[in-house]
Unconditional design. Structure first.
Length: 306
């Protein structure tokens, strides 16, 4: 199997693991969803190894996947993966939840979290000699330009945090812009356009006295409509709006100027971002990219307005 495909599939397993990790902080019984994520993540990773190493996986049970991988590791004089008893418990918790409606306790969930994350880390290291930190979820992003921006944001941190923030801003801008552009009809109309642009319709631009109550009304109405248009567009893309709010509080929106191919991100020279906030923003960008990739489509020219 090609290295690129291996990294993509490992990245997807890591994505499922991280989804499970996020579910663990939810209140019971919702936190039990993490058990399903952990099981799926490990099963996907196990299947990758068996396929890549040419080991038949037909009619194998979950635990037999584990045993077959250890057989291969032992034969090739590599360190075997551990925690078989804990993995069996994870499998049983998944069966109890999915087939019997029995929820896991907080303690069981924390144990499953440790088991899944440790096993995945061992699998990457022992089979592929990869550090889990080198397996980037960015590889799951299809948009090459957006992927490059995210990689640059990660690569320049923490030495040049201003550049990291700028690249994250551009990544989000082009993620939505490129997706929307690909959905325009033959008249260049966008299905994500919710009303006319009001860019040049402020009271000053239409020549009203700034002290006039009508000017205040026009400016506030313009501001409200633009805010609603922006919010509706984010929701129409199917993105998490609450996470978007946090992203925007951390990362400014770039500004477009007439005739420019690239927007400008206005930042102070000492702009900074904490590591955990950078991780959140990168994670949100990848989540948005995957959400858009989940339902992508193309319409042949001439199909609209026939």
């Amino acid at each position: 199997m090609e290295e690129k495909m291996i990294l993509q599939r490992l990245a997807f397993s890591k994505y499922l693991l991280q989804k499970g990790n996020m579910e663990t902080v939810n209140p019971e019984p919702i936190s039990s969803v993490s058990i399903l994520n952990y099981h799926d993540a490990l099963e996907f990773a196990f299947d990758l190894v068996l396929t890549d190493k040419g080991i038949g996986s037909n009619n194998l049970s979950f635990m037999q996947y584990f045993d077959k991988i250890n057989e291969w590791l032992k034969t090739n004089e590599k360190t075997e993966i551990s925690l078989r008893p804990s993995l069996e418990k994870l499998k049983d918790r998944r069966v109890n939840l999915k087939h019997r409606g029995i929820f896991s306790s907080k303690t069981d969930i924390e144990e499953s979290k440790f088991t899944a994350n440790t096993l995945f880390e061992e699998l990457c290291k022992n089979v592929y000699e990869l550090d889990i930190k080198d397996i980037s979820l960015v590889e799951l992003v299809n948009n090459a330009r957006v992927k490059d921006f995210i990689k640059e944001a990660i690569a320049t941190y923490p030495s040049d945090q201003k550049t990291s923030i700028e690249k994250l801003s551009l990544a989000f801008e082009f993620l939505l812009r490129d997706y929307e552009q690909s959905k325009r009809d033959r008249f260049r109309n966008s299905p994500f356009n919710f009303g006319k642009k009001m860019t040049f319709l402020s009271s000053s631009q239409i020549g009203l006295d700034p002290n006039n109550r009508l000017s205040e009304f026009i400016d506030k109405t313009k501001e409200s409509i633009e805010a609603m248009q922006k919010a509706i567009k984010i929701l129409a893309f199917g993105l998490d709006y609450r996470k978007y709010i946090k992203f925007r509080l951390l990362i400014p929106e770039p500004m477009w100027f007439g005739g420019d191919d690239m927007p400008k991100v206005h930042l102070s020279n000492n702009a900074t971002i904490y590591q955990n906030d950078l991780d959140f923003c990168v994670g949100y960008l990848i989540e948005c990219a995957l959400k858009l990739q989940e339902f992508d489509f193309e319409i042949e020219d001439g199909r609209f307005h026939e």
